[in-house]
Design a protein. Structure first.
Length: 449
């Protein structure tokens, strides 16, 4: 028992020192908008959630539906229809069920267990993709990956609702944005190392098929292990019990929650802004299409694309996170503005200097800027939502917002029709229009920090 007390005391001291180093600027600890009982445990809660986010963000990068999963299916002869389903299923199915999940979450005074279960489920789905990659090809591989990705995304939706509620109960206002920013930055550094390894691997003159298959197995397994370790860390968060009132029939409560869009003007304006910011999410894959059409399109590009995204996260996430703690609505607007300008610059080059789009330097710069923009839009809107809500409505706000946005993400599949009919440039013009409206709507949101 004394040894356990010594270990616990040492751990608490480490958490406290780390928290003071990265999150505190004042002599007294900031404990705004969290229960008094959570104040003394804030260093541990901050550190454990930071580590869990780093691991899951790293796992996201290693199995990105925009890049890695698409590359796997294309390399192993899965039909193109499955590639077009990756992003809508990955994004939408993690959002759409949340309106109904929120009431289940509310029934639990402690919500971290739901996040742990969801994280473990995501790990199992990724591990189940390993035999599919080893033994299946064509339609069978595509169906297996899409089916497992659907289960993965549903589990992710549970984690999303629970995570925002746990964060809101355990970490103070003005500290939440920097947590996300630091996590994104460290995960970006890890991604850079992985990307460098992939680029080195891709430059080797070896037999590709067998080597690529084992590479994909390693990526999937490493990503699954990241989620398992994240679940183990998250289970140790010192969460205080939350309100359980308001629970009831999931469908009735879901419909009642949707009424927030009518009764809560500030929340409705935020949801509209977030819908428009979807343009930053779709910008990267369509920009990649243009760059691939003008470049070589070989497997070396996998590492290069991950390198650009990882560098963007490493350099921009801390900046966006710290700025979000003081003006998250302006972070949303700035992210949309960078996306709009990058897409407009791409269209300009395509029309007047197409040869430049085959340059690795120019292509990498464009991907980097789009990834920076998406980081800003995502961190800004996450921080804004958590700060505008309180412990009584945070789960409902999160669920309604994510469900509505999930519907519009599914509509993004229609961009494929526009691409096939009018060309990729037309898609970029639509994204520019949506992004411009997103700038105006985000900038007009009231401050909530």
């Amino acid at each position: 028992m004394p040894e356990q007390n010594i270990t616990a005391g040492l751990e608490r001291d480490i958490f406290g020192r780390f928290y003071a180093l990265v999150a505190e600027e004042e002599d007294a600890r900031v404990c705004r908008d969290i229960p008094d009982a959570a104040c003394s445990e804030q260093p541990a809660a901050f550190t454990l959630q930071l580590l869990a986010q780093i691991l899951t963000k790293t796992g996201d990068a290693l199995t990105s539906s925009r890049i890695v999963l698409a590359w796997i299916l294309a390399s192993l002869a899965a039909p193109a229809i499955y590639l077009s389903l990756l992003v809508p299923i990955r994004e939408s199915l993690s959002l759409l069920p949340q309106l109904f999940v929120a009431e289940r979450v509310r029934q639990h005074a402690l919500r971290k267990g739901l996040w742990v279960a969801g994280s473990a489920t995501q790990a199992l789905c990724l591990l189940a993709m390993v035999p599919a990659v080893l033994w299946l090809r064509g339609h069978a591989l595509g169906l297996a990956v899409i089916g497992l990705l659907a289960m993965f995304s549903l589990a992710r939706g549970v984690c999303s609702v629970a995570a925002k509620d746990v964060l809101g109960k355990t970490v103070s206002k003005s500290r939440r944005g920097r947590l996300s920013g630091l996590a994104g930055s460290v995960a970006g550094l890890v991604t850079l190392a992985v990307a460098a390894g992939l680029m080195l691997y891709g430059s080797l003159d070896t037999q590709r098929e067998a080597g690529d298959t084992m590479l994909f197995v390693v990526l999937l397994t490493a990503s699954a292990l990241a989620w398992i370790l994240a679940a183990a860390l998250y289970a140790r968060i010192p969460e205080v019990p939350g309100a359980t009132s308001g629970g009831g029939n999931a469908i009735n409560e879901a419909l009642r929650s949707l009424a927030l869009l009518h009764s809560d003007t500030a929340f409705r304006h935020f949801v509209i802004a977030r819908i428009l910011l979807i343009s930053t999410a779709f910008a990267i894959p369509y920009l990649v299409l243009i760059l691939r059409a003008n470049g070589d399109g070989d497997s070396y590009e996998l590492g290069a694309l991950l390198l650009a995204e990882g560098l963007a996260a490493l350099l921009s996430a801390p900046f966006w996170g710290y700025w979000s703690d003081s003006a998250s609505h302006r972070v949303m607007a700035t992210g949309a503005a960078i996306s709009v300008l990058t897409l407009a610059g791409t269209l300009f080059l395509q029309d007047y200097a197409p040869a430049l789009l085959s340059s690795a330097l120019i292509g990498g710069l464009l991907i980097f800027l789009c990834a920076v923009a998406h980081q800003g839009a995502r961190i800004g809107r996450k921080t804004y939502l958590v700060d505008m809500a309180d412990s009584g409505n945070r789960a409902s706000y999160t669920a309604v917002s994510n469900t509505v946005v999930g519907v519009f993400l599914f509509s993004g599949a229609g961009l494929g029709v526009v691409d096939a009919t009018f060309g990729t440039s037309s898609v970029l013009w639509l994204l520019i229009a949506a992004g411009t409206l997103g700038i105006l709507r985000s900038a007009s949101l009231p401050r909530v920090d």
